[in-house]
Design a protein around this ligand. Structure first.
Ligand SMILES: [Ca+2]
Length: 474
């Protein structure tokens, strides 16, 4: 039961835009012992992430008393590192964190991406008039500027915050009078092919010529929302798309185009609404957020006699966001109105490895073995490699250390000085001394200078069969 509940709760791990092909994955560790089981696996889920590794350590204190330490390491050279998971239901309580309404903290931490909204035409006699544009994020934030084209630049006579892209063909564009409900709208009119053999022109909401976008509109990276606008004119098809610069708005080489849809332009003003963005997990309601404290907990009532507790151990700069999302996104009709909490943990350091640390336990009411969990301080030079955690249990204190790079390390822990060269160690104290200890891929495990009698975990022979189904990329 424990295993199933655990996998249910961590089955969703997504950054924006996870690859659907060629992500592969492999195990680093799959070691089992009497009280401790260790799994570590990597996935190439994201081109940008050179480290994408999940380590899970299962610690069994008794047949019915086990818990999991989950360490998710990520490193990317741009963007934020997000860990996303959803709870089993909405019957839960959080403690240890002061959540504020809204995604304010979240958007402050978001990477802002420059973009423009393109209305492109290719017909030799096409003309389009566009007015009352809205570019709205899922949380209601409006991104369009001068959406009614009412503000005109005195020098150029063009509507401010509007521009045009010129690929091929001859064109005129600017402010047209009247607008839909006022004196102005934006327009673009093809004058012919000119010296070109094709026509490729676009009217753009946002101050960009479609090649570079240093003054273009801004949206949070990976944002999702809706675009709406009114259009009239004469064009068999006007293709609406966003052009965005994920990292360098001064470079035409950094452009990304995303088609939102194609609409006709006819004599009558017509209203259209299109969706943009591809990260449904961020499309949450009742969003609350906060900087992650050292530890905060969420406890779910899974059944009458079963609770599920998650202890989240924050890292420096980590932000937590909780919101309601759809439980069954593919089957809305059969699950109408049912939402479940999504927990997003975001970390966006300038450099280094992010390590999301969580302890999970499924337990009967009043019978949890874990009382608290917290990160241990790591010397700066080991911070990218080593994660150490202390778990206070009803039986004593457990210490877990996990490292990426081979090294002999010494750490201060609540049990004393631990010295080890192993990839993973667990030392479990029932009071006076270690009641059991486990070591993976290493020889040395000392506590306060004395050799610890530890079980050396062996690779599970089942490992080879599971190479292709890696848990981290589920
Ligand atoms: Ca207008």
């Amino acid at each position: 039961m424990t295993r199933r509940t655990f996998s249910h709760n961590t089955g969703m791990v997504e950054l924006a835009g996870q690859k659907t092909r060629g992500r592969g994955g492999h195990f680093h560790l799959f070691h089992t012992g009497e009280q401790v089981k260790v799994m570590a696996a990597s996935s190439a889920a994201y081109d940008e992430a050179d480290i994408y590794r999940r380590s899970v350590i299962q610690i069994d204190h008794a047949p019915d008393n086990s818990y999991f330490v989950d360490i998710f390491r990520l490193r990317t050279d741009k963007g934020s590192r997000d860990l996303v998971y959803h709870g089993p239901n909405s019957d839960y309580q959080v403690s240890g964190i002061e959540l504020q309404d809204g995604k304010i903290i979240m958007s402050e931490a978001d990477n802002k991406v420059r973009f423009g909204l393109r209305f492109a035409v290719t017909g030799e006699a096409d003309e389009i008039y566009v007015d009352d544009v809205s570019i709205k994020l899922a949380d209601g934030t409006e991104l369009a500027k001068n959406p009614s084209a009412a503000q005109i630049d005195q020098k150029t006579g063009k509507p401010v915050e509007w521009n045009h892209y010129s690929g091929s063909g001859d064109v005129e564009w600017g402010s047209h009078s009247p607008g839909r409900t006022d004196d102005h709208c934006a327009y673009l009119k093809i004058l012919g092919k000119g010296d070109d053999t094709t026509i490729n022109q676009a009217l753009i909401q946002g101050n960009t010529n479609g090649y570079s976008g240093v003054n273009a509109l801004q949206m949070p990276e990976g944002a999702r929302g809706t675009v709406s606008f009114w259009i009239r004119g004469s064009a068999a098809s006007c293709s609406v798309s966003t052009v965005a610069w994920p990292s360098d708005p001064s470079s035409s080489g950094d452009r990304v185009h995303k088609g939102l849809g194609t609409v006709p332009a006819t004599e009558e003003w017509t209203h259209h609404t299109l969706e943009f963005g591809t990260t449904p997990q961020m499309d949450l309601e009742n969003v609350k957020s906060a900087y992650s404290p050292d530890t905060w907990t969420a406890v779910w009532q899974v059944a009458d006699d079963l609770l599920f507790s998650a202890y989240h151990c924050g890292q420096r700069g980590e932000i937590t966001c909780i919101g309601d999302g759809w439980g069954q996104r593919d089957h809305r009709n059969t699950d109408l109105g049912v939402t479940i909490p999504y927990i997003i943990r975001r970390h966006k350091p300038d450099t280094g490895v992010s390590a999301f640390l969580t302890v999970y336990e499924a337990h009967k009411p009043e019978a949890a073995i874990v009382k608290s969990a917290y990160r241990l301080a790591i010397p700066e030079q080991l911070a990218d490699s080593v994660v150490a955690i202390a778990i206070e249990t009803t039986l004593g204190t457990d210490v877990v250390i996990s490292r990426l790079e081979p090294a002999e390390i010494e750490l201060d822990t609540p049990l004393g000085k631990v010295r080890t060269d192993a990839a993973v160690i667990v030392v479990s104290s029932g009071g006076a001394g270690p009641s059991f200890a486990a070591i993976v891929e290493g020889e040395l495990l000392q506590l306060n200078g004395a050799e610890v009698d530890a079980q050396h975990l062996q690779p599970d022979p089942e490992l080879d069969k599971q190479e292709s189904e890696v848990v981290v990329a589920k």
